[in-house]
Ligand binder design. Structure first.
Ligand code: ADP
Length: 448
């Protein structure tokens, strides 16, 4: 309300003077006086508006115009507003500066990419790890600066849960773990972490296991050979000695299996992916059925249901070993009289599924997520009894991961389990003309 007193006061005074003039000198003098006042007010307003416009051109550098009356009030309020903005801008700038200092000090390489994957900002560590320079490379497309095929593939996949482990483009000595994190409208943060030491320790661990397994294998083969020869000797003294020899033979074989599995695992972990070949899955399924029957020695009913004639691209040895482990588990964990069913089919989305179902003891839900860990067993003594090494499903998982495939496990305790190896559609091939044709049994009808 304070704003109105002064203009209303001026208006009232002008009207009062005009009334006196009207009474003393007539209406012409009164109107002339009012017109003069109006012209003065208009000119003043124009002048103040001009000063306001001039100030608004550069409000930060110049002080607001000095004025009295209503205009003085307006200028004062604008100045207050401007000071408040300045203070807030200062606070924001200092927060931004602090954030930038913190980001600069982060030991991981960080690069902000815009929606077209151009570099908006990067920190000094990104120079050490990726050879980027924030000043020089700002606005550059990251794919022109980092051209490694697997990095481009990683960018295109835009799978934000995945990490890419690769050698640094700056030095082959450095191993990096790269991760993309989406933020804002469509920006991405590329984080590069140096995992050289971790990789070195992991490689040492792998080499150690591989070397120990390798070194143990030869003496064990010799010992196993002698035990076998002695156990077969016709003049073995007593039944008791035969029992001891059988036990020794059993344990050496178990150790040999363990070493074989350890060597297989370290080979899978240590080697790059082997070149792909075509895998005739229906023929492999037949071989696995025969293998299951031989392991079962007639104790189970083994059924083969090849619902698809499709082939796969992958490594035959590895796929055979993985599926063989699933078959061996089904035989070992299914009591005599049970049924084991091998199925090969493709889903609507084109995935290839090799499933091994059994009517065995099943697995309680809480164990399922941990089954592929090395040496994880639901029942340790049961696994030993059946000749398990505790590494079978770890091998399966490694092989499937190398083929971008996954392992699905469904199980009902007391009823049975189904282990399915699910291969991506990109790896499924139509059977070539002239391939082995396995008769397709009617759905639901056993082919065993
Ligand atoms: P193991 O050599 O002990 O069988 P694996 O890695 O092959 O080791 O399997 C891990 C554990 O998963 C096994 O010890 C067993 O408890 C459980 N398991 C695997 N397959 C089956 C199955 N078909 N039915 C029931 N349990 C199974």
């Amino acid at each position: 309300m304070g704003f109105w007193w002064r203009p209303l006061g001026v208006l009232a005074s002008a009207l009062f003077v005009a009334l006196i003039l009207w009474a003393g000198s007539g209406w012409v003098a009164a109107l002339g006086f009012l017109a003069g006042i109006q012209a003065f007010v208009m000119l003043r307003r124009l002048w103040e508006e001009f000063r306001l416009a001039r100030w608004l051109e550069n409000p930060d550098a110049v002080e607001p115009p000095d004025a009295t009356g209503t205009w003085g009030d307006i200028f004062y309020r604008l100045q207050k507003l401007q000071r408040r903005h300045q203070a807030r801008r200062g606070e924001l700038a200092s927060a931004l500066e602090q954030f930038e200092h913190a980001a600069m000090a982060v030991p991981d390489g960080m690069v902000i990419l815009n929606r077209s994957e151009q570099i908006e900002w990067c920190n000094p560590a990104s120079r050490t790890y990726m050879g980027l320079d924030c000043e020089r490379d700002r606005g550059q497309f990251i794919r022109y600066l980092m051209r490694q095929a697997h990095f481009l593939e990683f960018l295109d996949a835009a799978d934000y849960s995945r990490r890419l482990v690769c050698k640094s483009p700056v030095s082959r000595e450095l191993t990096l773990s790269l991760q993309l994190v989406p933020f804002g409208e469509s920006q991405k943060l590329l984080v590069a972490r140096d995992i050289t030491d971790l990789e070195r320790v992991d490689a040492m661990r792998r080499d150690f296991i591989a070397n120990v397994s390798h070194e143990l294998r030869t003496p064990l083969t010799v010992v196993g050979g002698f035990v076998e020869t002695l156990a077969d000797a016709p003049d073995l003294p007593a039944a008791e000695s035969r029992r001891y020899f059988d036990l020794m033979l059993d344990h050496t074989r178990r150790m040999q299996r363990l070493l074989d599995d350890l060597l297989m695992l370290s080979r899978l972990e240590g080697s790059e992916h082997t070149p792909d070949e075509t895998v005739d899955v229906p023929t492999l399924a037949l071989a696995l059925k025969t293998e299951a029957e031989s392991l079962s020695r007639g104790r189970h009913h083994v059924v083969l249901r090849p619902e698809s004639g499709a082939w796969l691209t992958g490594n035959l040895q590895e796929i055979r070993s993985a599926l063989g482990n699933l078959v061996s588990n089904a035989v070992r964990y299914t009591p005599a009289g049970g049924e084991i069913t091998l199925t090969w089919h493709t889903t609507r989305s084109g995935e290839g599924v090799f499933a091994v179902a059994d009517t065995g003891e099943g697995i309680a839900a809480e164990h399922i997520p941990r089954l592929t860990e090395r040496f994880y067993r639901v029942d340790r003594s049961r696994s030993r009894e059946t000749g398990g090494t505790g590494l079978g499903l770890a091998i399966v998982k490694h092989v499937l991961t190398r083929h971008e495939a996954r392992l699905d496990i469904q199980s009902i305790p007391g009823k049975g389990s189904t282990f399915s190896a699910v291969f991506p559609a990109a790896r499924v091939l139509p059977a070539p003309a002239g391939a082995t044709v396995i008769p397709f049994p009617e759905r639901g009808q056993a082919a065993g």
